[in-house]
Write a protein that binds this ligand. Structure first.
Ligand SMILES: [Fe+2]
Length: 286
């Protein structure tokens, strides 16, 4: 049986959240949930997450999994909020421990634990997670980040930040732990799933103002992806990717997002008067 797939688009971060469910048993997984976050005020809110909760309740779904494709740098994960309201096991790729070690240093978080224990489960390539009568197969797809994984459910792959829609190319590889050569190999693994497999995209930035798109196929990516055209080889891909990455700005929400996301979507502990904080490293440019 095919899974039911419901897409939620978070406009401020251009992120797709997916609810994937087994129609026979109503068992569901939520992939890449988002908080609404207003940087100037520090306000974290839940209206986008509540849309997901409403859908799950309307459909009488039983959420077994809350899955991250990776530690995102552009939005704050609402995994814990959804877990609190819907249940489910919060899981991410085991490579999160490397991301945690990196940002423990970058952000000077001396008491932060880097064994991934903030998550309920750490995943490695080859893992198979039950989803009612269906299964979620985990494919390790590092390159954008160390911890990036793809979730394969039947003929559907939720590919995180590896490939965007064909007109938008591939994900940046310049974050700590990113590696364009690894991304090229990971794209090869996604292509090996088969031409007919549907690829569900994590972000769409609507280039040229075109309508939102979030679903494509392996065949279409092979034919049309602007970073992979003309059977580009690994060396050429890496140089093109690295040249482009050198021009990209730091994501606006990088530091707040990473602090929450390496902690499985737990907001920082309040310090005084119930007030929590995030850190931003400063550098003086003269
Ligand atoms: Fe990302």
């Amino acid at each position: 049986m095919k899974p039911s797939i419901k897409t939620f688009y978070h406009t401020p971060s251009s992120t797709m959240t997916y609810v994937v469910s087994d129609p026979a048993t109503k068992t569901a997984a939520i992939i890449d949930p988002v908080y609404d976050f207003d940087l100037p005020s520090g306000q974290v809110s839940v209206s986008s997450s509540n849309e997901v909760i409403d859908y799950v309740n309307e459909q009488s779904l039983d959420v077994q999994w809350i899955l991250e494709t990776h530690a995102h740098a552009d939005h704050l994960s609402s995994a814990q909020y959804l877990k609190q309201h819907l249940g489910g096991t919060v899981a991410i790729g085991k490579g999160i421990t490397g991301v945690q070690k990196t940002f423990k240093q970058v952000l000077n978080l001396p008491t932060f634990t880097t064994d991934g224990s903030q998550f309920d489960q750490l995943l490695v390539g080859g893992d198979r997670l039950p989803l009612g009568d269906l299964a979620i197969k985990v494919l390790a797809t590092p390159g954008h980040t160390d911890d990036s994984v793809t979730y394969v459910i039947g003929k559907n792959a939720f590919i995180g930040d590896t490939l965007f829609m064909p007109d938008s190319g591939t994900a940046r590889c310049d974050f700590p732990g990113g590696d364009a050569a690894l991304l090229f190999d990971s794209i090869g693994k996604i292509f090996a799933l088969g031409d007919e497999v549907d690829l569900w995209i994590c972000h769409d930035y609507q280039p040229g103002g075109r309508a939102l798109k979030f679903k494509t196929t392996v065949a279409k990516q092979k034919a049309d992806n602007i970073h992979l055209a003309n059977d580009v080889d690994k060396t050429k891909f890496v140089s093109t990717r690295e040249e482009r990455d050198a021009t990209l700005a730091v994501p606006k929400l990088l530091y707040p997002a990473v602090q929450v996301n390496i902690c499985a979507g737990h907001l920082p502990e309040p310090e005084v008067n119930d007030q929590a904080f995030v850190k931003i490293p400063l550098s003086l440019i003269q």
